[in-house]
Design a binder for this molecule. Structure first.
Ligand code: UD1
Length: 418
């Protein structure tokens, strides 16, 4: 088991470059299954989730070469359409591989995906959409078998703007007969990036980034080179760290437009924000003001930033309320914050956080990816030593978060516990 050992109190100063987006990388890697010609991707983060996804592609018969953040995937000789259960269980986004596999081979076998335990996370919207596209679904034991003669473009209205379901419909429809039209589609920037990447290889997708997306089926895709977007949640995490701990940092290689609601909340807290093209500078105030935050689908406040804000607000000057509307089990980090001295009342869908003057370092347990990152920030804000255990969750989604924080002046090291 791996842990971070953090000695709190150091303010953060300097510049840090964020990596490519985890949530864009995973569906974009899946596009290479649809394309028999080589797909070269840049800015792919070196994190556990991309490693697992690439391992699955190798098992399915893809050839992959990697040079730092550049990956070339060739799926010409791909000869398997079943995703092994053990790997499927490791992360949620494996489910989008299904849309790509069916899109290309008209069949796919997979099981219910795993990932962070932040809620029930069913895949009913994905499976309903597949059925609308003419795909037959047969659930046996732990496996879901999908097959069809042809994917037929249809009008699909999502009950909820699910990110994964929107991505899966796009991937499954690239070669469909006719047009697929999604209404109430998720509008997240990662979906826009997925469509841009697919269009760069010859797909015809319009409206991505809005709630109405149309995919006109094409016969063939051609090779492409594509640089994926930067990670807006990593950007928010780094800015959150300095807001909580104090100091002034500049985050580089980012896209401020994708983070406007979060930047607005930082401003409300009293942080000074300066934007210059792909750079955001945040100067923390001496004391943070409390804010109320409510998570919503994009362009609302992102659920993935909710735990980060929860940690920072433990030391604000007054009472903040955080309401979580997307996932029902995303407050597990709060119990750990309380052990560190935070004053938090947990209700069904909200946290009431009354700011305190001091947090005290403790041994705390990371229970999911973003909750784990929140505990790292709380450790930086605490007096004494914090040990964040079970950081395997954090490593799933953050590339070198310890090294990046260290380069800004934090006292943090990784430790292996045997
Ligand atoms: C993606 C992101 C995740 C982010 C989330 C919301 C990736 C790899 N992960 O997750 O980081 O927190 O979007 O922005 O991109 N739902 C159903 N049925 C379904 C699908 C979803 O009920 O078939 C529900 C979920 O349980 C959840 C809500 O819809 O309550 C949002 O889920 P969704 O937008 O699908 O999130 P993910 O794609 O899993």
């Amino acid at each position: 088991m791996l842990s971070y050992i953090i000695k709190g109190g150091n303010k953060l100063y300097g510049k840090v470059k964020v990596s490519g987006s985890k949530n864009a990388a995973l569906p974009i890697i899946a596009t290479s299954i649809l394309n028999e010609e080589p797909v070269t991707l840049y800015n792919i983060p070196d994190i556990e989730d991309t490693k697992i996804t690439l391992d699955i592609l190798k098992i399915l018969g893809c050839k992959i070469t990697r040079n730092h953040d550049k990956i070339t995937i060739c799926s010409k000789d791909m000869n398997k359409t079943a995703i092994p259960k053990e790997l499927m269980h490791k992360l949620r986004s494996t489910v989008v591989l299904a849309g790509a596999i069916i899109g290309r081979f008209k069949e796919a076998t997979f099981s219910y995906p795993g990932g962070c335990n932040i809620g029930a996370r069913p895949i009913d919207l994905h499976l309903d959409a597949f059925q609308k596209l003419g795909i037959t679904i047969d659930e046996k034991e732990d496996y879901i078998h999908c097959r069809c003669k042809e994917i037929i473009g249809k009008r699909i209205k999502l009950k909820f703007p699910s990110v994964g379901a929107t991505e899966n419909i796009i991937l499954a429809s690239v070669y469909a007969k006719g047009a697929t039209h999604i209404t109430n589609a998720a509008k997240e920037p990662e979906i826009k990036d997925l469509a841009k990447c697919l269009n760069s290889m010859g797909a015809k997708i319009y409206g991505a980034g809005t709630s109405e997306i149309t995919i006109f089926g094409v016969k063939k895709l051609h090779k492409t080179e594509y640089k994926i977007m930067s990670d807006r949640i990593e950007t928010g995490t780094m800015l959150g760290a300095v807001a909580g701990v104090g100091g002034k940092i500049t985050v580089e290689n980012t896209n401020p437009e994708n983070l406007l609601t979060v930047l607005y909340s930082f401003k409300e807290m009293g942080c000074k924000i300066t934007i210059n093209r792909d750079k955001i500078t945040l100067k923390a105030p001496n004391e943070l003001k409390p804010v109320n935050i409510e998570t919503q689908p994009y362009p609302g406040f992102p659920t993935d930033m909710q735990p980060i804000m929860g940690a920072i607000l433990t030391k604000a000057d007054g009472k903040s309320v955080i309401t979580e509307n997307i996932f029902e089990n995303r407050f597990k980090y709060a119990e750990e914050l309380i052990r560190m001295g935070a004053n938090i009342i947990q209700n069904d869908k909200s946290l009431e956080i009354e700011g305190v003057n001091t947090l005290t370092g403790k041994d705390v347990m990371s229970k999911d990816l973003r909750g784990g990152a929140a505990l790292v920030i709380a450790g930086l804000m605490s007096e004494g030593i914090t040990k964040v255990e079970n950081i395997e969750y954090i490593l799933r989604g953050y590339e070198n978060i310890d090294k990046k924080l260290k380069s800004l002046g934090a006292n943090i090291k990784k430790e292996k516990v045997v």
